[in-house]
Structures are given as structure tokens and as C-alpha cells.
Ligand binder design. Structure first.
Ligand code: TPP
Ligand code: MG
Length: 788
């Protein structure tokens, strides 16, 4: 049914107003209402920003406003081409949300002057849909994640419609290309809807886009192949485009409502073909058509600023003024700069305005997550090393109860690329399923619509969905192979930047933390080998601002439980937890584990024999496998060099190693010196690349005595113990390190050193002959020889 002309006129007025305000932000320092002819001193000295995508975004925003009003919809916008920031700022200023969050920018001439001036200006706001932009959960700086974020926001938000603009250039990225498949995971009963709007403006920065240069039938088939029903809105004549867009939105919203009604009434559980829009419009639409004899509108040349020499070139200045006046600002704003009723009538009310959608400030609307008491899941550890457990399996049992506790609120999900069971978290399947709305066959394992375990073989989707889920105020955990978390290095960077920038925006509240569990780690890739061995993600993580990152290396199951509980409670951070899934000896009972985690670092008294006096050597260890090897080395030292005074310091929270001035969890120098001494050799067995420990401690007093063992890129498919041997992280090498570094010991302990070398040779010979580790290695357990 065609939409009434008056409605389209309102949409058109809004669009012109938003376009006017967008151009003003890119170009003007002053004279916002053009009350006098433009002069060079009204123009910004540096012209920054992106015009090309902006009129399309403004067109979409205006049309969404109309349907939000007509249908009282709750719409969250996700803007893939986030470089169109001035457009979204313009729209949120028009609807009033901007001035509510930033009262110093009221909807009048002075507010408009400041709005223009602040954009991409020192001391002002960034050019993209960064955290300062009302209603944004997606900056759109690094392209590719819009659709994953949109789905993450829609999961478990049944009343929400996420309108996701996808750039046609963005659509060429790997993450976006896969994200179309998110529709196989969305359950209309429990989840909201995502409406993708492919912004087919034909160009990127300097090239056409692929999707704009294939026949329409091919594009249609491609999108249909991904399971969507594409509707095309195409052209450049505004009134025809308004009519098409409005009618298409009506159709589509009816379709979405009908899909939801059918599923929610209980009748239907099969996958639906959700509608989407392909908006084919000129890049830089309504901007200057030709500049200096070159076509701008409808080409890649419209991407950034179509008129680049406005202050210097009178013709450009004239063109800019003509361009801005083409929107007829006097019809849109009164003499005082306030938008006229004809424009404002299109703005939805209250929190229906997209800029004030509560979901976009998820941190301010977080329901508590019920966490079951750890005591019910603890491993009984009567004495160190006596019990054996698979740390992640223990965690899985606790997570099962977290799943159960969040069943009604549906505010917790687990994400992972196909590895929940392999990572031994499969207890959760006693309570929920893997989300799946595609075909199911006999023999499938725990697949169902509405499941809250999200498995897709795309680390990008796992990360993107989770980010969208968290930013809209829910909780989650992403478990991943350690080596393959690198696939989302860049996404991690972007999310950490978002969190960092959001801290400076007063109205934003920190969302629940992004928790990444790295299991199937470098030391236990028994089935795989070199390709699966890389502990370098931690190195990347610690580059980020101290306040937003934490890295935890729990040495056993009880410590893992304590760490996980802490992480699920924390806000505004990225927590990385590294923990193995294999059966390993357990060191700490739950109460001791809790104290250890609270401090983040501490002595293992049970393994230290330096008593009141000072140690001859200090062992540092971080990570489950390095802790095991350290304790096995201590065991050997007790046996062969019983007089040697050894101290063992275990690190759970890697950030404690940094100076306090660098990180809120960092130790003071005196605390560090008390643990590691100022003059004794320190042998540090670390889970990852050794250099990181040096990087974190290079300012400490005893740094010249610090000797770090870790992964040095020696990997293959071999036995677990051979992995540590190849990297000199094994107990025998650690004992040799002690002998070589404790003054005077080299001579006295030469025979022990030789014995260690012999053991390494024996190990090598045995594994090559038998194919598994020596029984005394496999079956080694901690024997307390305290004081022996
Ligand atoms: C991952 C990534 N690669 C490169 C860029 C640089 N870049 C910024 S905008 C852009 C073109 C985007 O084209 P499109 O998605 O079609 O957006 P629009 O045409 O709407 O501006 C590129 C390549 C980026 N931001 N992110
Ligand atoms: Mg484009």
C-alpha cells in the first residue's frame, strides 16, 4: 500500500535537514545557518570526514523514524559504514537525543554552531560512530563486523529490531561475508529481528564494489543463497526513492511481524526466509555533481570531501554554499536555529528515538547474573598434587549451573568455533543446546533453535556476536583454541579501543566483560601440532590500556573457578583466561585458590623450603603446564640437592608483574622485591613467549637475574612432555638452569647436572621407541618433602 504523501514529505524534510547538518559538520566553523554569504573564515582549516555514505545513511534513518512512529518499534541502528558519523550525529541532534546527552549542544543556532565545530576537530568528537554517538554500539571504523554485532544485539532481545546498514565495500570482507549466515542461528521465539540494509552505493574509497558490478540476478541469488529475501530499492530520484523505500519497509515489517507471530504462537519452528533491503543509490547523493570538470556524485570520488579547496578556491566556496542552500535550510530551521515542526514531527518519542535506545547503552541496563557458589564444584585437594582433575571440565560443571540460573533471564551465552565439547565444557548441554535453526538430522548432537551455546566455525562471528551481546548488556564467554584466537586479534583491538573510549563518555556505563577462555593451548596440542601452537595472543592483549585488559593463568581447577567467577562479574574489560583441559595434578584447595586469585600472585608455601631465611633461587611460574614443570623441578632439587633453599612464586594475574604505576593490579617494587628478592637468581617458567615476562618486569630491581623459559616456537606433533623439552621448559632444563645460575652450584652439582642431561637423552630415546612419555613422567606426582 502506498504511503501517504504527507508522510513522505516529512521524511523528505528530515532527510534534507540531516544532509544539511552533515555537510555543515564536515565544512563549517561558523555561520551555521548561512545567515550571511559563506566566507573563507567560516570554513574549517582541515576538511575531514566522509560525505559519500552519509546521505544514504540519512535516508535510512529518516525512513526508520517514520516506521518507528507508525508502529512503536524499538529499533537499534548498527551502521556498518561508521565513517558516516556526521550523518548519525545529525540525526540524533535532530531527534533531540544528542542535546539530552550533551546539554551544551542544544537544538538552536549556537548548539548547531558547536555541533559543526566539534566534528573531527581537536577537543571535539571523532569522525566515526564512536562511543560518543548516541545509540551506537558499533563504531564501523574497521569494516566487517556490523552484521555480527547486529545479531549479537538481537539474540535474546525478542522486542528488538536491529536495523543493520552494511556497506557494499564492507560486504567484501571475510567476517561480513560469513555473517549473512547468522540467520541460521536466530530463533524468532526468543530473539529479536535483524534487518540488513545493503548500502549498494557502488563504490569504496577508490574502486567500484564487487556487489555493484554483478548482474542484479546474481546478487539476488547470492543473498537468497544465504537464506535472505532481498527487496531492492533503487534509483536516484528522491520522490520515487521515498515511495519505494516507504512501501518496502511496510512490506518487510509486516513480514517480520508475521514470522515472529507464527513462531511465537508455537506453530512453526522451521527456518524462515527473513527479508532484507538492497538500497541502490548514488554515492554522495544530493552532493556536488561535477567539480573542476570531474563527476563526483555517484562515483568513488564522493567518498570523503567532494570539495577539497573551499577556503582557497572561490569556486569551491560558491559550490559549497549552493550545495548547502539546495537543502533550503530556512524551511527546516527557524531563525533561532531550532528545527521546525515540519521536521520534528518525524522524531519518535522518548526511548523510541534510536539515539536513546537503552540497548545501545547496555552497561546501564544490566540484569544481574546469578552465579552458583563455587564450593559446590570445587575439587577436593587435601594435599597438593594428591587430586587430579581436568580444569575446564570442572569449569563446565559450574557453567552448566550459570546456564541454568540464567534460563529465565536468558542473559548468558557461550560462544565457540565448534569446540565446546572438545574443550570439555559439555556439561552445559545438560541444560541448553547449540543454537541451530537450519536442518537437523538424526545423530546430530544437541542442536536446537533457542539453544544458548553458539557454535560456528568462524572466530569472527563468535567474537562479533559476543561483542554485540555484551554491548547490549548481557553476559558471555568465548572459548577458543589458543592458536586461532589470533584470527580475531584485530577485533579484540577494536573492542578494547571501544571500551577505552567509552570510559570517557559520562553517560556510558561499562558493559559486562568480554571473557575469552583459551584452552586447547600451546602445550597440549596432542592431536595437532605446530599449526595449532601459538601463545602470542597474550602479547597482543597487554599492548592495550591497562584498565581494560586482564590476563589470567590459573594453575589448576579451583583457581580457574575463582578466576571465572571474577571475570563474569567484571565490567568494561577484556579478560583472557588460559587454562588446560587435560587431567593434571591439583595444587590448591578452594579457599587457598580464592586467596591466591585475590592477590594475583603469591608463594606456593607447600613447595618452598626457604623458611624464614632467604632463598638460594626463586622459581616463578605462570600457566598450568609451567607450574607443573616447576614443581617437578623442585621435587628433583629436593631429592638431589636437599640443602638448596628454593622459593616458588606462582602468578595467576599476569598484570601483577607490571609496576603499580603502569597497571592497577601491578605490584609495588617493595612487594615485588619481597617475592623475587633483589639479588637471587629467578628462573621463570612461563606459558607463552618468554620475552613478555621481560617486557613486564624490565624496570624491576632484580631484572638482570631473571631468566625466563617459555615457548620458543619449537613445536610439532609429539608427546606432551616432549613439547616442554623442545622449548627447554621441562623440569630437567629448569634444574640445569638452577645449577648454572646459583653461584657456586655449578661445581658442586656437576653430577646432578649430568644426571639431568642423561634423563633428557633417556626421554628422547624412549618416546622415539615407544611413542609416549616415560612412565615416571606421565605418573609423576608431587611428593611433599618439606624440610627433607
Ligand atoms: C577492514 C578495513 N579495511 C579498510 C578500511 C579502509 N576503508 C575505509 S572506508 C572504505 C571503503 C568502504 O566502502 P563501503 O563499505 O562501500 O562504504 P561506503 O561506500 O558506504 O562509504 C575502506 C576500504 C577499513 N576502514 N576497514
Ligand atoms: Mg560503498
Amino acid at each position: 500500500m502506498p504511503v501517504a504523501t504527507e508522510d513522505l514529505q516529512r521524511v523528505h524534510a528530515w532527510w534534507r535537514a540531516a544532509n544539511y547538518l552533515s555537510v555543515g559538520q564536515i565544512y563549517l566553523l561558523d555561520n551555521p545557518l548561512l545567515v550571511e554569504p559563506l566566507r573563507p573564515e567560516h570554513i574549517k582549516p582541515r576538511l575531514l570526514g566522509h560525505w559519500g555514505t552519509t546521505p544514504g545513511l540519512n535516508f535510512i534513518y529518516a525512513h526508520l523514524n517514520r516506521v518507528i512512529q507508525a508502529r512503536s518499534l524499538r529499533v537499534l541502528p548498527v551502521i556498518g559504514p561508521g565513517h558516516g558519523g556526521p550523518g548519525i550525529v545529525a540525526n540524533t541532534w535532530l531527534e533531540g537525543s544528542y542535546s539530552e546527552l550533551y546539554p551544551e549542544l542544544p537544538r538552536n543556532a549556537e548548539g548547531m554552531r558547536r555541533l559543526f565545530r566539534q566534528f573531527s576537530f581537536p577537543g571535539g568528537i571523532p569522525s566515526h560512530c564512536a562511543p560518543d554517538v548516541p545509540g551506537s554500539i558499533h563504531e564501523g571504523g574497521e569494516l566487517g563486523y556490523s552484521l555480527a554485532h547486529a545479531f549479537g544485539a538481537a539474540f535474546d532481545n525478542p522486542q528488538l529490531l536491529v536495523a543493520c546498514v552494511v556497506g557494499d565495500g564492507e560486504a567484501e570482507t571475510g567476517p561480513l561475508a560469513t555473517a549473512w549466515h547468522s540467520n541460521k542461528f536466530l530463533d524468532p521465539r526468543h530473539d529479536g529481528a535483524v534487518l540488513p540494509i545493503l548500502h549498494l552505493n557502488g563504490y569504496k574509497i577508490a574502486n567500484p564494489t564487487i556487489l555493484a558490478r554483478i548482474p542484479r540476478a546474481e546478487l539476488e541469488n547470492l543473498l537468497m543463497g544465504y537464506g535472505w529475501r532481498p527487496y531492492f530499492v533503487a534509483g536516484d530520484e528522491p520522490w520515487s526513492m521515498h515511495a519505494q523505500m516507504a512501501a518496502t519497509l511496510e512490506l518487510i515489517l509486516d513480514e517480520i511481524a508475521s514470522i515472529q507471530a507464527r513462531h511465537r504462537a508455537g506453530g512453526e519452528s522451521t527456518r524462515s526466509q527473513w527479508p532484507m533491503i538492497v538500497l541502490e543509490s548514488p554515492k554522495g547523493w544530493t552532493g556536488p555533481k561535477v567539480v573542476d570538470g570531474v563527476q563526483i556524485e555517484g562515483t568513488w570520488r564522493a567518498h570523503q570531501v567532494p570539495l577539497a579547496q573551499v577556503a582557497e578556491n572561490p569556486e569551491h566556496l560558491r559550490l559549497l554554499e549552493a550545495w548547502m542552500r539546495s537543502y533550503r535550510p530556512e524551511e527546516l530551521f527557524d531563525a533561532g536555529g531550532t528545527p521546525r515542526a515540519a521536521v520534528l514531527e518525524l522524531a519518535p518519542q522518548g526511548t523510541l528515538r534510536m539515539g536513546l535506545n537503552p540497548h545501545a547503552n547496555g552497561g546501564a541496563h544490566v540484569a544481574p547474573l546469578e552465579l552458583p557458589p563455587l564450593a559446590d564444584f570445587q575439587v577436593a585437594v587435601e594435599r597438593p598434587g594428591q587430586a587430579t582433575a581436568e580444569a575446564t571440565r570442572v569449569l563446565g560443571q559450574w557453567l552448566r549451573e550459570v546456564m541454568r540460573g540464567s534460563e529465565a533471564a536468558r542473559n548468558f551465552r557461550l560462544f565457540g568455533p565448534d569446540e565446546t565439547a572438545s574443550n570439555r565444557l559439555d556439561a552445559v548441554f545438560e541444560v541448553t543446546e547449540r543454537a541451530w535453526v537450519a536442518e537437523r538430522r538424526a545423530g546430530d548432537d544437541h542442536l536446537a533453535p533457542g539453544g544458548r551455546v553458539m557454535e560456528v566455525l568462524s572466530e569472527h562471528q563468535c567474537q562479533g556476536w559476543l561483542e554485540g551481546y555484551l554491548l547490549t548488556g548481557r553476559y558471555g564467554l568465548f572459548s577458543c583454541y589458543e592458536a586461532f584466537i589470533h584470527i580475531v586479534d584485530s577485533m579484540f583491538n577494536q573492542h578494547a579501543k571501544w571500551l577505552e573510549a567509552a570510559r570517557r563518555i559520562p553517560w556510558r556505563q561499562p558493559p559486562p566483560a568480554l571473557n575469552i577462555l583459551l584452552t586447547s593451548h600451546v602445550w597440549r596440542q596432542d592431536h595437532n601440532g605446530f599449526s595449532h601452537q601459538d601463545p602470542g595472543f597474550i602479547d597482543l592483549v597487554v599492548n592495550k590500556k591497562a584498565d581494560v585488559v586482564r590476563v589470567y593463568l590459573p594453575p589448576d581447577a579451583n583457581t580457574l573457578l575463582c578466576v571465572a567467577e571474577h571475570c563474569l562479574r567484571s565490567r568494561g574489560r577484556v579478560n583472557v583466561i588460559v587454562a588446560g583441559k587435560n587431567a593434571e595434578p591439583q595444587w590448591l584447595p578452594l579457599d587457598a585458590a580464592a586467596r591466591h586469585c585475590e592477590a594475583g600472585i603469591g608463594m606456593f608455601e607447600f613447595a618452598s623450603n626457604d623458611g624464614e631465611g632467604s632463598p638460594d633461587v626463586v622459581f616463578g611460574c605462570a600457566g598450568d603446564v609451567p607450574t607443573l614443570e616447576t614443581l617437578a623441578a623442585v621435587d628433583l632439587l629436593r631429592r638431589h640437592l636437599p640443602d638448596l633453599k628454593v622459593r616458588v612464586v606462582n602468578v595467576v594475574d599476569l598484570m601483577t608483574l607490571q609496576p603499580r604505576e603502569e597497571h592497577p593490579r601491578g605490584m609495588s617494587d617493595s612487594e615485588f622485591d619481597a617475592l623475587f628478592t633483589t639479588d637471587r637468581p629467578v628462573i621463570f617458567a612461563y606459558h607463552g613467549y618468554p620475552w613478555l615476562i621481560h617486557r613486564l618486569t624490565y624496570r624491576r630491581h632484580n631484572h638482570e637475574n631473571l631468566h625466563v623459559r617459555g615457548y620458543k616456537e619449537e613445536g610439532t606433533t609429539t608427546t606432551p612432555f616432549d613439547m616442554v623439552v623442545r622449548n627447554d621448559l621441562d623440569r630437567f632444563h629448569l634444574v640445569i638452569d638452577v645449577i648454572d645460575r646459583v653461584p657456586g652450584l655449578g661445581y658442586r652439582a656437576a653430577h646432578v647436572r649430568q644426571l639431568m642431561r642423561d634423563q633428557l637423552a633417556r626421554h628422547h630415546e624412549y618416546i622415539c621407541r615407544v611413542g609416549e612419555d616415560l612412565p615416571e613422567i606421565r605418573d609423576w606426582t608431587w611428593q611433599s618433602r618439606r624440610g627433607a
